[in-house]
Design a protein. Structure first.
Length: 245
């Protein structure tokens, strides 16, 4: 099987890190293909960035020429998953929802540790929309921007671990979720510091995507995620592929 893993921002080094994390848990017969949007923000930290990124992600997937069996959207709390589900006939798994579902299987409550405080409401909204908010004890900010995660990995681990420990001690979280695709690969360090299960959305999404493919299941197209109606998209940056259905 082949899974497309789409970074929501245009930073290629972050795509590479996300792909490496995805491949670390993928089954031997699973091929992971990383995609980076050709336009959009270099990091997503707010609604404006997120809506731009959603278009860039849909464009990147639409322009991919090969075949694939599922798509993973690697952006935590970002918009666009619903659009992909309308466009595609294969399973689409968002790392935010994947992480929340997996965390809910591991403990009574979970906390998310993310980047800047301004992204907290976006994540809270996405979890609520997915029906995963009832088990979420808190969404905590590490105070780091997305790009700072790469610039100073040691400081990133320290900041994330500090908030994860506070979530366990103060918010009574029993599971920690890493709330950014750029945090892929940090789960072992946070687990060692907190003593609780730590869920990385990228790896969780890969395993869920593999499961859906194996079960022969994909998005229902009966109503909410029905294929978009045919229409001309004037001045739209998306490829002509979207003009026919």
């Amino acid at each position: 099987m082949r899974i497309l893993v789409v970074n929501v921002n245009t930073t290629v080094s972050m795509t590479d890190a996300i792909v490496a994390s995805a491949r670390s848990v993928a089954s031997s017969g699973t091929e992971i293909i990383g995609l980076t949007p050709s336009f959009g923000p270099d990091s997503c930290e707010g609604n404006f960035d997120s809506y731009l990124a959603a278009v860039g992600v849909m464009d990147a997937v639409a322009r991919y020429q090969g075949t694939y069996d599922a798509v993973v959207q690697a952006g935590f709390g970002e918009h666009g998953r619903e659009g992909l589900q309308e466009l595609l006939d294969v399973p689409v798994v968002d790392i935010t929802e994947a992480a929340g579902h997996v965390a809910s299987l591991l403990g009574h409550s979970y906390s998310v540790v993310t980047t800047l405080d301004r992204t907290v409401p976006l994540i809270e909204d996405r979890l609520k929309l997915a029906g995963l908010d009832a088990r979420c004890a808190s969404v905590r900010s590490s105070g780091l921007s997305v790009l700072e995660l790469e610039e100073d990995p040691e400081a990133a681990v320290k900041a994330i671990t500090t908030q994860a420990q506070r979530a366990v001690q103060e918010d009574r979280a029993e599971v920690i979720v890493l709330g950014c695709g750029g945090m892929a690969g940090l789960d072992h360090a946070v687990r060692a510091a907190t003593g609780v299960p730590v869920v990385d959305g990228v790896t969780a999404a890969i395993k869920l995507a593999e499961a859906l493919i194996g079960l022969g299941l994909s998005t229902s197209k009966i109503r909410t995620y029905a294929t978009p109606r045919t229409k001309r998209l004037s001045g739209w940056p998306l490829g002509a592929v979207h003009e026919v259905s």
